[in-house]
Design a protein around this ligand. Structure first.
Ligand SMILES: NC(=O)c1ccc[n+]([C@@H]2O[C@H](COP(=O)([O-])OP(=O)(O)OC[C@H]3O[C@@H](n4cnc5c(N)ncnc54)[C@H](OP(=O)(O)O)[C@@H]3O)[C@@H](O)[C@H]2O)c1
Length: 231
């Protein structure tokens, strides 16, 4: 049993990690830039810290044996948060004597010329060179992310999506299970990637998503622009 600091503890993955770490008997410390909402800090410690400035980081890592680093700014300033923020976190973790840092990354990022993915690769490199024992797990896209994307793209009565795009989405709860397993194991370096059980086209996922909501919309196929989707 360890004290586990979860950076990004309020995000999609962090929310899935929290009950699993509690169930495994760990002391859980959630890190966020904000104060907890009413009841949100029940059964956990709460650390307010910002990776992009370093504010609060020393106190957040103090006394933690393991860090699961799941904070990220995929739609924000990923250089300051994911690259410089990871550097700041590693420095603080080194000073605090953290024994194991578990990092969640994304499958296939070295094949896609996309700024956020370059920043994730840079964060991986910083961790590998930090001297802090680590495990790195790369996962495919979470169902919750596909859900968020479709919520934005489906505008009744039309859904404009890149129907040919292939994805291998995964349940974020299963990724959280794997991270909890890694956190309780010896540092393992880069471990095999973690993907969902099926490769599906975006058009098919959209049809399933609409059916599950009993919604009807005309699916219009349009290739998404840019290197991210091409990758
Ligand atoms: N989503 C996917 O499909 C997917 C797939 C594979 C891997 N991943 C990786 O899994 C990790 C978690 O993804 P997610 O989708 O769960 O993320 P998310 O829901 O977008 O949550 C992001 C988290 O990062 C925290 N954060 C952002 N900027 C921060 C800063 N400057 N300082 C401290 N905390 C900050 C946020 O906390 P506050 O807002 O509370 O401060 C929030 O808890 C990321 O590293 C991502 O690359 C995601």
């Amino acid at each position: 049993m360890s004290r586990v600091l979860v950076t990004g503890g309020t995000g999609i993955l962090g929310t899935a990690l929290r009950p699993r770490l509690n169930m495994a008997g760990h002391t859980v410390r959630i890190m966020s830039r904000r104060t907890p909402k009413p009841g949100e800090d029940q059964g956990v410690e709460w650390a307010q810290a910002d990776l992009s400035t370093g504010d609060g980081l020393a106190a957040a890592v103090e006394g933690a044996e393991v860090i699961i680093h799941a904070a990220s700014a995929g739609f924000g300033d990923s250089y300051q948060t994911d690259v410089e923020g990871t550097r700041r976190l590693l420095e603080a973790a080194g000073r605090a004597g953290v024994q194991h840092l578990v990092y969640i990354s994304i499958a296939g990022i070295e094949h896609v010329d996309y700024e956020y993915y370059r920043h994730k690769l840079e964060a991986e490199r910083l961790i590998e060179q930090s001297g802090i024992p680590y495990s790195i797990l790369r996962a495919t896209q979470f169902y919750a992310l596909i859900d968020e994307i479709l919520k934005r793209l489906v505008r009744f009565p039309i859904a404009v999506v890149d129907t040919r795009l292939t994805l291998q989405p995964v349940d974020e709860g299963e990724v959280a299970d794997r991270l909890v397993e890694l956190a309780a194991s010896e540092p393992s370096g880069r471990v095999p990637d973690f993907g969902g059980p099926e490769i599906r086209r975006m058009g098919e996922l959209t049809r399933v998503w609409l059916a599950a909501r009993d919604m009807h919309a005309l699916i219009v196929g349009l290739p998404f622009p840019g290197a991210l989707w091409a990758g």
